[in-house]
Every structure is written in structure tokens, then in C-alpha cells.
Write a new protein. Structure first.
Length: 93
């Protein structure tokens, strides 16, 4: 657990989705089994990037994408620095 929900309830600092990209490569069709993978691609001063991939047992990679998540101070309506404890928790993922 990263602790962002607790941080939000205590301080008003949470996350906001700044960008989302999905590259649709091949269509999925039923029946099939898929695996969805996610990893932290990079961590910045006030944001981090998540990378995703969807793999079908039948056709291989079906889609890929990434999201930019910004640490946001909802009380002051602006981005803010990534708290050290949250950054360390993200690095462990």
C-alpha cells in the first residue's frame, strides 16, 4: 500500500490524472485470456508515470499505454512535491 488515500484525508494532498494514452494494437475477442501488466516507468519531483500492457493468450500484445499522475494539493489548487514516504513506497512497487 502506497498511502496516498491516507495522505489525502490528512492533508488534502492526493493525485490527479494529468495524461492518459492508450495504443490499441490488436482487437480482443471472446473467448480469450488476457494479462494486464503495470509498472512505474519514472518518478519526478511532483509526478510519476505508470506504464501498462495488455497481452492476449491468442494474439499477444493487444494494447499498451501510460498515465502521468501528478501529486496535487487540493486545498491550494496546485501541484506539489511528491512526499518522500510516498516516493519511497512507489519505488518499491
Amino acid at each position: 500500500m502506497i498511502g496516498i488515500k491516507d495522505l489525502m484525508s490528512r492533508t488534502g494532498i492526493g493525485t490527479i490524472l494529468a495524461q492518459s494514452v492508450c495504443n490499441y494494437l490488436k482487437p480482443l475477442a471472446y473467448p480469450d485470456q488476457i494479462t494486464v501488466g503495470a509498472k512505474v516507468k519514472s518518478i519526478g519531483k511532483s509526478s510519476f508515470v505508470l506504464e501498462y500492457i495488455i497481452v492476449s493468450e491468442k494474439i499477444g500484445v493487444s494494447a499498451s499505454g501510460e498515465e502521468v499522475i501528478v501529486i496535487y494539493d487540493y486545498n491550494n489548487s496546485k501541484k506539489t512535491e511528491l512526499p518522500l514516504g510516498i516516493k519511497e513506497a512507489i519505488e518499491k512497487v
